[in-house]
Design a protein around this ligand. Sequence first.
Ligand SMILES: [Zn+2]
Length: 405
Amino acid sequence: MNRGNAVKSGKALTSASPEAQSRVAYFEERRDQIVATIRELVEIESPSDSKPAVDRLSETVARKFAALGGQVRRHRASEFGNHLQVDFAGKSGGRPVLLLGHYDTVYPLGTIASMPCRVVDNKLTGPGVLDMKSGIALMLHALAALQDWQGKDWHGKDRELPRPVSVLLVSDEEVGSDSSRAITESLAKKAAAVLVLEPSYGFEGAVKTARKGVGEYTVKVTGKASHAGLDFQKGVNAILELARQIEKVSGFTDLKKGLTVNVGIVSGGSRTNVVPAEATAHVDVRIARRKDAGRIDKKMRSLRPFNRQCKLEITGGINRPPMERTSGVAALYTKAVAIARDLGWKLGEAAVGGGSDGNFTAGLGIPTLDGLGGVGDGAHAPHEHILIPDLPRRAALLAGLIELV
Ligand SMILES: [Zn+2]
């Protein structure tokens, strides 16, 4: 997911250290390879609801991580694609850093025909290119570089990473992460920090230090059908009741607290000449503060019918807790800013309304930094693209963070 609403960011600086410059140069030289990796991943379409398609991509990605020497483990999922865990040993021992992401997209199979993966004006287009196949490619290339920079061992093989790294790529993030959440949480608990390769925010590539929590509710009203002409008074209009409930729940919005309630889908009724017996609303709830979760949930569940002849049924709940800007998150951001400064640019931060699996890891109190992936625009939209010139410094930032956190 990728929807933003606030950003603090800055302009590029030009004071890169020589070592940092050589790192960016390393990735500049490999820019076409990074683009080729992203293209390969984008061209294997992977909508969340197609297990065979997602598994195909999963196997391609698994081969690439295995080629770097990672221990591949597949977490089988029956309804969704398999989730992929890859573990790398490190020279230093200690707790791994977790690189987190997803390989499912929101686009149905065949979208690539109308949204091809193409280079146009230094942009790379295609379904999922920003959210978040470029993020997966950045993981691969940053890890390869870190191995490269350790030099070769006696057998001419790449040396191991400076520290242990775990990678988790899930297949169901775009549809709520129900089947992967427990895996994400268990790996996060073992990690020193979590780096989420979801898209960055805005064209300056800000990272995400806060995300809203997300809830979904269904409000279903049952009334009583009757002929609108012959038996009007015998009917109980479910749509009328739902309309009043919609007013009520919309009133729960509290912008100062970052709490929003959006009735996004309504349905009901059958014909104009029938008093409708059923009406349903689907509601999206966002919270910025963890402490609001229980409160809004209770309010939703306490809804009672205005018209006592109607039956009201409330289902759903808060799915993702908010990612709050805790001191752990802020400390990670400070490290990222220092690395970026050394690379010659000022890294901004953003608080956004959309959730990701980073919400789960941050919710457990594990230091989490999100939005470390590609820079671009149009996630989930026909104009989705990334800016190719940003790839080298994003890869250098990720490599630096893996070493430092
Ligand atoms: Zn995403």
